[in-house]
Design a protein around this ligand. Structure first.
Ligand SMILES: [Zn+2]
Length: 518
């Protein structure tokens, strides 16, 4: 899950204001070899494209038949629990829940049953070896070769995959994702940072309002055969860093606030600030029901109720404002949840979930903070399950994309990891003391929902819906109230200790270096 940076350039702004860096053909070794998570589909005339392999919690490896159909210029259609992939008038049929494929009328046994995840079908990966040759003669599958030593900038039109940004306390990050590597040139002045991307073609100009006090907005528009990204500054920037990451290729541009403004000089920034706002995030919602118990209790309903209860306790009890990322049964994309918290300038982010495990005996409460290294396999699986929803959010073309890698694309949380783990311990402690439940402890894993939070953030799993006994409890208002009270008490204790540190910091140093706040 580590990101491989193949080029990192740090650019210091010149006082005269203009600096030009060309990265044509820049070559740097790659430190980390990524796990092979795609295979290459080829025909006799060459490469058709990459097909993602999805590894599910049960260890089974799957491919998305609609994605395969697109690569083979065929068609994928679903009728009831049957899905048919047609390529050049040859067909293969899959039946949901059945571990076989019928190619041109002939049945083939597969390692795993066809399944439907969210909106998409997944079929067993071994179909590629057992059935594909009959479906599409001449098409072959090759392992993706590891990083090529020289990544050559591509000539010709390259479409934009995604433009995104995030505001952090000390910098604003703009990411331009493209299917292939692009050359680029960065020019910085007092008013803007301009990035020229020869060969990048846009279907339309893009404008993103940011307004975070540093960057006013970003604009991406076509100029001749190139695209130009303009990052319009609201105030003078400090350092500007740009990095190219791969899988998928993306240019990451970080515009830093001037050093003096992050060191405590500017009001409301720098030193420890009192806790004013907590964003409570009830997991899932809308068409994403989350985990489901054997008798049908849904995670999205349980966690919304518990979150509401916590919210009602915090405002009067702690004198801290609470905002919920959702307060009804609606779907909120994972990235939006922390974007919302960042925009609100929240001081803490607390995401509440309920757990699921294939082994029904699993029980208890656990609290997570974000890390690229999971504490153990079980933690990794919980993160994988909670991250699954990302596949429901992305456009179809990217649905099977490399979710895990993009989860930690900005890892804002590394800045807050210590504080997050401290909050996780305090809350978990409170839950294990006051609830008659198994305490599974504090763990760390790569949760997408925590990835972009520009503040200390935790994710609480309040019990296992897959455990009949816990499901029954989680359905009762009494137990939900007790859970809410325990979470509230944990946050209250965290605030008490925080306030103590705040007082110490203020008496020792009027402008201390402490928690970055905004
Ligand atoms: Zn969940």
């Amino acid at each position: 899950m580590t990101e491989a940076a193949d080029a990192t350039i740090m650019t210091r702004r010149l006082t005269t204001g203009v600096l030009l860096v060309m990265l044509m053909g820049l070559l740097v070794g790659v430190a980390a070899a990524a796990r092979s998570e795609s295979v290459e589909v080829r025909d006799r005339s060459g490469r058709l494209g990459l097909l993602s392999i999805t590894v599910m919690d049960d260890g089974g490896a799957y491919i998305a038949p609609d994605h395969l159909a697109a690569l083979l210029k065929g068609a994928w259609s679903v009728k009831g629990d049957r899905g048919t992939l047609t390529v050049n008038q040859r067909t293969v049929e899959f039946v949901r829940g059945q571990p076989r494929a019928t190619v041109q009328g002939q049945a083939i046994a597969l390692d795993a049953a066809a399944r439907v995840v969210g909106t998409g079908w997944l079929v067993s990966r071994d179909f590629l070896g057992k059935g594909l040759p009959r479906l599409a003669p001449g098409v072959s599958i090759a392992a993706v070769t590891e990083r090529k030593p020289v990544a050559k900038p591509v000539q010709g039109a390259v479409p934009l995959e995604e433009l995104r940004y995030r505001s952090y306390p000390s910098f604003t990050r703009v990411v331009i994702e493209t299917g292939v590597r692009l050359a680029y040139a960065v020019v910085a002045s007092d008013e803007e940072v301009r990035v020229r991307l020869p060969g990048l073609s846009l279907s339309r100009p893009r404008v993103e309002e940011i307004g975070d006090g540093l960057v006013q907005e970003v604009r991406l528009e076509s100029v001749g055969d190139a695209a130009v990204l303009r990052v319009l500054l609201e105030s003078a920037a400090g350092e500007i860093k740009h990095t190219v990451l791969q899988d998928p290729y993306r240019l990451v541009l970080d515009v830093y606030r001037p050093k003096e403004s992050t060191g405590g000089g500017e009001p409301g920034r720098g030193g420890m600030q009192p806790l004013r706002l907590i964003v409570l995030d009830a997991g899932h919602g809308g068409h994403d029901s989350g985990a489901m118990g054997p008798s049908g209790v849904m995670e999205k309903d349980v966690v919304l109720d518990v979150t509401r209860r916590v919210a009602r306790m915090i405002e009067p009890g702690l004198g801290v404002k609470v905002v919920m990322s959702r307060d009804s049964d609606v779907f909120v994309p994972l990235r939006e949840r922390t974007n919302f918290a960042n925009k609100q300038g929240a001081d803490l982010f607390v995401s509440i979930h309920a757990n699921a495990h294939p082994q029904a005996v699993s029980e208890g409460v656990e609290t997570y903070f974000l890390s690229s290294e999971a504490s153990d396999n079980a933690a990794r699986q919980v993160a994988a399950t909670e991250n699954n929803v990302v596949q429901l959010e992305s456009p179809a073309s990217r649905r099977q994309g490399d979710v895990l890698k993009s989860i930690l694309w900005d890892l804002a949380q590394s800045e807050f990891q210590e504080e997050s783990s401290f909050m996780a311990e305090t809350v978990q402690d409170s839950m294990s003391k006051s609830l008659n439940l198994v305490s599974r402890g504090v763990k760390q894993a790569g949760f997408y929902v925590l990835g972009g939070a520009a503040m200390p953030a935790i994710l609480i799993e309040i019990g296992f819906l897959t455990n009949r006994k816990e499901e029954k409890k989680l359905a009762t208002p009494e137990h939900r109230e007790a859970l809410a009270r325990a979470i509230y008490a944990g946050l209250a204790e965290y605030k008490r200790r925080y306030d103590q540190r705040l007082r110490t910091a203020q008496t020792q140093n009027p402008a201390p270096k402490g928690l970055p706040k905004r």
